[in-house]
Design a protein around this ligand. Structure first.
Ligand code: ADP
Ligand code: MG
Length: 499
């Protein structure tokens, strides 16, 4: 049954949305968090196991140091208070993908305590997201439900369990309730999760590919009347695994809860799930008691000590963070806010940087990557990186233009040739015989012919009316199949009319 929704604009005019995100990031270590089982995406099911990942009796976990180092780096990037002593705890629940019947997580002594992340919104403004904690835990396996219509457990006749993912290290980053975003709550949520993706990639600690489940978010949403009123009851939409899905979950929940409150109803504290096919959230299990996990310190593991010195060593290894890097490049490249934002949105920052390193100007690199090449990527439905053109190719084309060997039109044709898979710029130029005609003999003849064909234009030019100059250049371009150098044509025409 379809639930009633209030118009978004009305909902946010009447209520103040509050949201909290729990983002799970899978760390890209070679082995699992508590055992040396190898980790590889897409491996044969149940091929990456040890007795520890299966929770067999008598097996004992040992903490993966690399995973803890990665988690400290993430904590540093999120300005968290790093706790020198942290502790793993058992979170007890039963589910077939969790062979031990408890997840090993961190509870009251997490590795990373309070912090914050400043995220940049579309208009360039900054929103500070307050972080509660970022703790380390291991992942569950993966259930596949078969025999039903939509892969959900409801209606399935049997299920398969793959334990390869069981024991993969995760960091769960939990925000405090985020207030004050108003109607921009979905935008802030999307920008925050994208910012985390960029950070973990630049730290090299996660592949952060949402489509492979390396990152997923639980989206908590509630409404209240305004900043001075108590927080409302929240819904928790679990495991949303696309950026758009996170934004849409927020929008949907704000509209749904507003309609519910408006009609005198009550928001239930429940877990929901985002359904991509219907673009709605659907209710799941009602949380009656939030603390039913019977957490207690895992007696198989000692407390983890990360010394101050080691934290300093890890700090020294931190690369420049994405937002700072963008600010620096924007300055170096002399881009406007809009130009930089477009480059970020097109995921072209790295490509522009490489193109500049290969010798092009930033303006030239931007023009190609955000112009012709972006259009081609959009029409093929692929990313810029997937197209058969490299930063070096673009720099080579810019070089040919600078040397006067290609004009704008020929340069575009050359880039089209590279995109069509005809080879690098030099090959394409050679294959089609692209070359700017600026040697005077051929150009003189073409200009003279154009002037002869257009006596009325010649008269205008001679009387000082330069507007029809473009028509003469156009005629010469046609005659030379676009290979004329427009500047040279202009010069010859000026000489002729001065005679
Ligand atoms: P749980 O363990 O049940 O998931 P937490 O207390 O860890 O609960 O909170 C989960 C997330 O929900 C956190 O990001 C928190 O900031 C957020 N949150 C808590 N209360 C609210 C609320 N009233 N409205 C929106 N988000 C909330
Ligand atoms: Mg939760």
């Amino acid at each position: 049954m379809a639930e009633k929704l209030m118009k978004y604009a009305d909902a946010v005019a009447k209520y103040d949305p509050v949201f909290g995100l729990e983002v799970h990031v899978e760390l890209s270590t070679n082995t699992k968090l508590f055992c040396p089982a190898h980790i590889e995406f897409g491996g044969e099911p149940n091929s990456q196991l040890t007795p520890v990942s299966l929770g067999l009796p008598g097996s004992l976990p040992v903490v993966n140091k690399t995973a803890m180092d990665y988690a400290v780096k993430l904590g540093l990037a999120l300005h968290c208070q790093i706790n020198e002593w942290s502790q793993f705890a058992r979170k007890n629940y039963f589910y077939p993908d969790m062979p031990r019947d408890y997840q090993i997580s961190q509870y009251d002594k997490p590795l990373n305590g309070e912090g914050y992340l400043d995220v940049e919104l579309d208009d360039g403004s900054i929103f500070r997201v307050p972080i509660e904690r970022a703790h380390v835990e291991d992942d569950a396996g993966k259930n596949t439900h078969l025999g039903g219509a939509d892969g959900r457990i409801e209606g399935a006749d049997h299920s398969l369990v793959d334990y390869n993912r069981a024991g993969v290290p995760l960091v769960e980053i939990v925000t405090k309730p985020i207030e004050g975003a108003g109607d921009r709550a979905p935008e802030v949520a999307g920008a925050y999760v994208r910012a985390i993706r960029d950070i973990v990639r630049s730290l090299g600690i996660s592949h952060a590919r949402m489509e492979q489940g390396n990152m997923r978010a639980d989206v908590n949403v509630s409404l209240h009347a305004g900043p001075d009123t108590p927080l409302g009851t929240r819904s928790e939409t679990k495991n949303v695994n696309t950026f758009k899905g996170i934004e849409k979950t927020l929008t949907y929940e704000i509209r749904r809860q507003a309609a519910l409150l408006e009609s005198g109803g009550e928001v239930l504290q429940e877990t929901r799930h985002w359904d991509e096919s219907t673009q709605t959230t659907a209710g799941g299990r009602v949380k009656t008691d939030a603390n039913d996990y019977r957490y207690f310190p895992d007696p198989d593991l000692v407390m983890v000590h990360v010394t101050k010195d080691h934290i300093e060593e890890l700090k020294a290894e931190m690369p420049e963070m994405p937002r700072e890097r963008r600010a620096r490049l924007k300055q170096e490249w002399d881009f406007t806010d809009r130009q930089m934002q477009d480059a970020v949105n097109a995921d072209a920052v790295d490509l522009i940087e490489e193109t500049v390193k290969a010798g092009a100007t930033a303006a030239g690199a931007r023009k190609w990557w955000l112009g012709e090449i972006s259009r081609e990527a959009n029409s093929r439905g692929v990313t810029l990186q997937e197209l058969p053109i490299s930063a070096q190719d673009v720099a080579d084309v810019e070089q040919l233009i600078a040397e006067g060997k290609l004009n704008d039109k020929l340069a575009k044709q050359t880039v089209s040739g590279v995109l069509a898979g005809e080879g690098g710029p030099a090959e394409v130029v050679k294959k089609h015989g692209y070359q700017v005609v600026s040697d005077d003999g051929a150009l003189d003849a073409a200009v003279d012919q154009a002037l002869k064909d257009n006596p009325d234009i010649v008269a205008k030019l001679k009387s000082g009316n330069m507007k029809p100059m473009g028509a003469i250049i156009g005629a010469v371009m046609r005659a030379t199949k676009g290979q004329a150098d427009a500047k040279a044509v202009n010069k010859i025409v000026m000489q002729r009319i001065a005679q």
